[in-house]
Ligand binder design. Structure first.
Ligand code: OGA
Ligand code: NI
Length: 417
């Protein structure tokens, strides 16, 4: 039995839920006769599947073949001068280059040098800077964060090399729309919604049960080792920041880390974003407006090419990256836990015609199956809980079915409560 569906088909999402836990393997890409970007799922010997509420019985193997997904980077190989229609945003969603060209505004820059000083007052000063950046911006850059600049540069370089490998080599890691792990391109769940101008590589570092180094690139040869070292350092920095956030919210130092499931069980995953040069940058976006669904993101942007824009006071501010700095931003789960004391912030990425851009986004997330709800200590009669209890897995699925759409996701939780 062969089912053919487009990756954005709602049926696929139902299948995703149904087949989780069943034996079966993803076999990307398909046999030579099938399109290079197709996916096949062998549902093994499963005999029942439920589609659209109907339980159906199969006594044979089910193959699921999913339509091709184009790699944005390789659209350009054919020398096109215009971007395909499916990447063209509606006029109201296109970046306006005049609106912010003159703005010299930037997100706050915080020196973390004194974070662990013996001097209480120096420590407090740094904590206060973080607290006000969290409240006013939800986005800031950190310098003197303790991570080796050389390690940062080497890790970014190795990923740049990966994306410059031939398509066939990268396709060995082609991801499935179900696990999302590996080399991929963005999909949209809704019909008729345009695509973003970027490809990515996504991998899990924590929890250890999800870490599978065989799924990380083998070429370039130093990739796995660098990712391992880089991840260890970034996760450590994330832990330090979570302590500062906890203290600033008036909670005990380890509160948020524990709420995320503890050091070993919390989630940490890396998405390396690759934004190819774009012949018509005014018509599209590298990533559409969204807030990050998880706890916190530590982004190492491309220092030489700006592109990230933060929505602040109704304007899109282009972040000017400082050398060797990390950009920190709060995600939806911290908004929920802090009962909107802290808020995740909408951001997007613009692309350009002259330069490609590589960014490393580290997501620091709650463990998938832990219920996340507003912290009781922050609830009072005047501040009732704004969000229902939901695990991050449930939330992620909720988001995936809707695709990135600004801050609508976390806000809709509120209204549904
Ligand atoms: C992201 C993101 C920004 C960038 O990956 O969620 O917002 O500059 N990335 O690549
Ligand atoms: Ni983001």
């Amino acid at each position: 039995m062969l089912l053919e569906v487009h990756p954005s088909c709602p049926l696929l999402l139902e299948l995703m839920n149904t087949i989780t836990g069943h034996s079966g393997t993803w076999l990307p890409p398909g046999p030579p006769a099938w399109p290079l970007f197709g996916y096949i799922f062998n549902l093994g010997t499963m005999t029942h599947i439920t589609i659209a509420g109907l339980k159906q019985k199969y006594s044979f193997v089910v193959w699921l073949k999913i339509e091709p997904v184009a790699r944005v980077q390789h659209l350009l190989d054919s020398g096109i001068l215009e971007i395909p229609e499916c990447y063209v945003k509606k006029p109201s969603e296109r970046p306006s280059f005049t609106e912010y060209a003159t703005s010299d505004m930037n997100i706050p820059v915080i020196d973390l040098q004194d974070l662990f000083s013996d001097d209480d007052s120096l420590r407090q000063t740094t904590n206060n800077l973080v607290a006000s950046a969290c409240r006013e911006w939800g986005f800031f850059q950190v310098v003197n964060h303790g991570i080796s600049h050389q390690l940062m540069a080497a890790t970014q370089e190795v990923w740049r090399e990966f994306f410059h490998l031939p398509l066939e080599e990268k396709q060995k890691y082609a991801n499935s729309p179900i696990t999302y792990e590996g080399y991929g391109s963005r999909l949209r769940a809704e019909k008729g919604v345009s695509l973003d101008w970027s490809d990515y590589f996504f991998l899990h570092y924590l929890p250890i049960s999800l870490r599978d180094e065989d799924k990380w690139p083998k070429i370039p040869v130093s990739c796995r080792e660098l990712v391992e070292k880089y991840s260890e350092e970034v996760v450590k920095l994330g832990g330090k920041l979570m302590k500062v956030f906890s203290k600033n919210l008036g909670l005990k130092e380890n509160y948020l880390e524990e709420a995320f499931g503890g050091k070993e069980n919390m989630g940490a995953c890396l998405r390396v974003n690759y934004y190819p040069k774009c012949p018509q940058p005014g018509l599209t976006l590298g990533i559409s407006p969204h807030s990050d669904p998880g706890g916190m993101t530590l982004l190492f942007p491309d220092e030489k090419v700006s592109g990230l824009q933060v929505h602040h006071k109704n304007k899109w501010i282009t972040v000017k990256p400082l050398p060797n700095a990390f950009i920190v931003n709060l995600g939806d789960q911290l908004q929920v836990l802090s009962n909107a004391n802290y808020r995740s912030v909408e951001h997007r990425v613009i692309v350009n015609a002259e330069k490609e851009r590589v960014s490393l986004a580290y997501f620091y997330n709650p463990r998938g199956d832990i219920p996340i709800k507003p912290v009781e200590e922050l609830i009072t009669e005047d501040n009732p809980p704004l969000y229902p209890c939901m695990t991050f897995n449930e939330y992620r699925l909720y988001i995936r079915t809707r695709g990135p759409c600004g801050k609508a996701q976390v806000e809709s939780l509120k209204s549904s409560h």
